[in-house]
Design a protein around this ligand. Structure first.
Ligand SMILES: Cc1ncc(COP(=O)(O)O)c(C=O)c1O
Length: 378
């Protein structure tokens, strides 16, 4: 069957969202190509319970899947990812020209140092934190000042020390909020204090990959941008609450001048695949699905916290879809022992928290399987 991209775009953004064209598509590439073994296991043991990568076990919205299938049928065509910007802009309440699409938010995070450290300069960041862009800054030879979180204060960001680390050579100031792996979230007053204190030529990057898990009324870096701060870059993603990690779609929100500087190095006009192009439209049309993810995560958090308490284990968590357990020197061995039972979790040694394990929440049955095995091992 055929349909034009324009027609698809119109159809799938309508209020009723019937998506009649997509609904009538019934494509299963695995079925169509006989004799080929499509291995999507990622080298994990068969039947593994994957609680290691902060993925969303609920899976994408059915509308996102339909959109992806519709995109797949148009796979011979380039997708103009920029056409998604008005939809995202409407969703965020921000002008489309302040949005740049990326292949996951990681692309934006990595391009921030590439575009802003061309003439040298240093980076100031909270730590421990997810550092997709920090690795690039390290590889560029930049001095990355990693300022530890305040453990005794809920792993909050040490804003005083972070601001004190800013000097004439600082080009990027990074906060991941809500943070991975600790779950700490910077209150708006803190973000505003940073934005007010930073020299105007320092790019304030706020990674908001987990912002969809915050209560609706919670103010974030996005509100700074709406209030006119022109040196702030917020990155967001469809990987988490929208459960589209494997589809790779994220975006940056910032003043168009910042986006133009970043776009010199990546996030090109055809960098969004047409499968993603369809999927994002479906995802935005089904925000209820993202809200369900948030509710699921809230339930999981209460369950994991409760079980940890019963076992006398110290846990660290916030709004994101994962929790840390403090397991001391046994942490690494525990990860291996669980792996042997096909339950995959992470050890914090790569984020300088070797005494912790991180478990991403799964489906109810997966969470129960984790605790069953965990109780037997510890
Ligand atoms: C804080 C944070 N930012 C970004 C990412 C990656 O996001 P994306 O899939 O949009 O590249 C992750 C992945 O776990 C993350 O934890």
């Amino acid at each position: 069957m055929t349909f034009s991209r324009r027609q698809f775009f119109k159809t799938s953004t309508g209020a009723a969202l019937a998506i009649p064209l997509m609904a009538s598509l019934d494509i299963d590439p695995c079925e169509a190509a006989t004799g080929v073994n499509y291995d999507l296991s990622m080298a994990n043991p068969e039947g593994a319970i994957r609680l290691n990568f902060n993925e969303n076990a609920l899976g994408p919205s059915p509308l996102a899947v339909e959109g992806a299938k519709a995109g797949l049928a148009e796979g011979a065509r380039y997708a103009l990812g920029g056409l998604l910007k008005p939809l995202i802009g409407e969703h965020l309440g921000i002008d489309k020209d302040w949005i740049l699409m990326g292949t996951g938010s990681t692309e934006l995070q990595r391009l921030a140092p590439i575009s802003h450290l061309q003439g040298g300069g240093n980076v100031v960041s909270g730590y421990e934190t997810w550092g997709g862009g920090l690795v690039v800054a390290d590889n560029m030879g930049a001095d990355v000042k990693r300022i530890p979180l305040i453990k005794d204060n809920g792993y909050s960001f040490d804003i005083d020390r972070m601001l004190a680390a800013v000097d004439a050579d600082t080009k990027i100031f990074l906060i991941v909020s809500p943070n991975n792996p600790t779950g700490a979230t910077a209150p708006y007053a803190q973000l505003k204090r940073v934005a007010d204190s930073l020299p105007k030529d320092v790019l304030f990057v706020i990674d908001e990959a987990y912002a969809d898990y915050l209560p609706d009324s919670f103010k974030t870096g996005l509100d700074l941008i709406k209030e006119g701060y022109s040196n702030v870059l917020v990155t967001r993603t469809f990987s988490k609450a929208h459960a589209m990690a494997g589809l790779r779609s994220g975006y940056g929100v910032a003043h168009p001048d910042i986006l133009a500087k970043i776009a010199k190095f990546g996030c090109g006009p055809a960098s969004t695949s047409i499968v993603v192009f369809g999927a994002v439209q479906g995802a935005l049309a089904d925000m209820e699905h993202a809200r369900k993810s948030r509710a699921h995560v809230e339930e999981c958090r209460a369950y994991y916290q409760g079980e940890a308490k019963k076992l006398g284990i110290t846990s660290v968590s916030g709004v994101p879809p994962f929790i840390l357990f403090e397991m001391g020197e046994r942490s690494e061995a525990l990860v291996s022992e669980l792996r042997a039972r096909k339950i995959l979790i992470s050890n914090g040694k790569s984020w300088n928290m070797p005494n912790y394990i991180r478990i991403s929440y799964g489906l109810e049955s997966e969470n129960e399987a984790f605790f069953k095995a965990f109780r037997e091992i510890i």
